[in-house]
Design a protein around this ligand. Structure first.
Ligand code: NIG
Ligand code: FE
Length: 429
């Protein structure tokens, strides 16, 4: 029966596969990650920015009369990809450091010499809000061109009250202006700024500034959903990270943690004990860390592009995490120092080839589980009735081609709330 009172529907027809990821609106664990809900002979109906139905095209045409149709030209339709970890607001790129690392200087050594994050901090502090908006707009649109429709964006290259608020205002402006969903994270604890590194008292003064000034200001101006800390040997200790995140939670922010990226320091255990929404990186997570995550509800967000770009052979123990029952998400970690790629499908390639996940697991990791890592899995990450109509269409016939053509961009178009967000030259109408 047609629905005369419904607003006009849009039907996505002629897809060779529709990858729904349909199921419970929460992070998938263990064997659940192996089901991406791949359907053939199916279309998707969108009404008022929401998925209204996924069914055979004949059934959809019957139910939604006079619908506008989008011809998917035998491509593969997926939920819009979710990149749950980026540092997308920065000034100049840091390509100078790539050769330094190739010559044998390690990432942390470059930071100790005042480069690394400190170099991006000097640069961002000198820039206007408008200049940052311009740079970030182009960069975030590039991420979207690879199929990503939801992007977490962190601050963290300001490290003063004013420069962190400036960065978060840039994210807020772009969230209003751009069609993608942007989710802001306050990462004032990305580094100990150089001017606070002279003594224990100076260092403590910065932690106090984070807790007593920055977090309250960010929370009261509603400039972030999440707070994050770079918990790492040489950066924030576990005790400092706990103090900062506890204050953030008290202010109503949800929690994330850069945990056990380069060395094992108990970051995963801390994230689990605080009930953080995600623990990110985890290339050096300990057995105790894996057990702590498995016992809780924190999503493990893995960022293999970072390890690739830093030239590390180590990778997060993705198979062990999944087999232990930890929900795993994948992200780009898009940032100027350790992962300047906007290409989330490339990260899916690394997920299969380096982390040894199945195609279904990497697809779930970049949709439903990415949405869970951002606490939006109740309306984002699935092609299922009631979910937001965020979709990505790829010029492939089989979802297994998504991680296969590595480095290529097969994305034809993306939609957010049913509206075109990105269209390539191959754009469908
Ligand atoms: O996730 N680890 C800390 N932050 C980034 C690197 C940022 C930078 O080097 O600019 C990361 O790898
Ligand atoms: Fe990061």
């Amino acid at each position: 029966m047609s629905e005369p009172h419904a607003h006009r529907a849009t039907l996505f027809v002629n897809a060779s596969q529709v990858v729904t990821c349909a199921g419970p609106p929460r992070a998938r664990r263990g064997a659940e990650m192996n089901d991406a809900g791949v359907r053939t002979e199916s279309g998707v109906a969108v009404v008022d920015g929401e998925i209204a139905a996924v069914d055979s095209v004949a059934a959809l045409r019957q139910r939604f009369r006079n619908a506008h149709e989008i011809d998917c030209r035998q491509g593969v339709l997926t939920p819009g990809l979710v990149d749950s970890h980026t540092h997308g607001i920065f000034g100049r790129p840091r390509f100078d450091e790539q050769e330094m690392r190739a010559a044998g200087l390690d990432y942390m050594e470059i930071a100790r010499r005042g480069g690394g994050i400190h170099a991006s901090v000097r640069d961002l502090r000198a820039r206007s809000e408008d200049s940052l908006v311009q740079l970030a707009r182009a960069r975030l649109l590039k991420l979207a061109s690879f199929g990503t429709t939801t992007i977490e964006v962190k601050s963290g290259y300001g490290l003063t009250v004013d420069d962190e608020l400036k960065t978060l205002r840039v994210i807020a402006r772009l969230a209003r202006e751009l069609p993608m969903r942007l989710i802001p994270t306050f990462l004032g604890a990305h580094e100990i700024p150089l001017e606070h590194r002279g003594s224990t008292a100076a260092r403590q003064a910065y932690v106090d500034l984070l807790i007593h000034e920055m977090i309250p200001a960010v929370a009261s101006q509603k400039l972030a959903r999440f707070a994050d800390v770079f918990c790492e040997t040489g950066v924030y200790t576990v005790d400092e990270s706990r103090a900062i995140l506890t204050a953030a939670r008290r202010s109503g922010l949800l929690l994330k943690l850069h945990a056990d990226e380069l060395t094992s320091s108990g970051g995963a255990e801390l994230a689990a004990s605080l009930g953080a929404t995600s623990a990110d990186h985890l290339a050096a997570v300990s057995d105790e860390g894996i057990a702590a995550l498995a016992a809780g509800s924190t999503v493990a967000t893995l960022l293999p592009g970072t390890m690739l770009f830093l030239g590390k052979t180590k990778n997060a123990p993705a198979r062990r995490l999944i087999d232990a029952g930890v929900p795993v998400a994948l992200g780009t970690d898009f940032n100027p120092g350790t992962s300047p790629t906007p290409n989330l499908p490339l990260v899916l390639t690394l997920g299969v080839s380096q982390l040894r996940l199945s195609v279904a697991e990497v697809v779930v990791a970049a949709t439903v589980n990415g949405a869970s890592a951002l606490s939006v899995a109740d309306h984002v990450g699935q092609l299922a009735p009631g979910f937001a109509a965020d979709l990505a269409l790829f010029d492939i016939r089989d979802v297994r081609e998504l991680p296969y053509w590595y480095g290529d961009n097969r994305c034809i178009a993306t939609y957010v709330r049913g509206k075109p967000c990105y269209t390539s030259d191959l754009a469908v109408t």
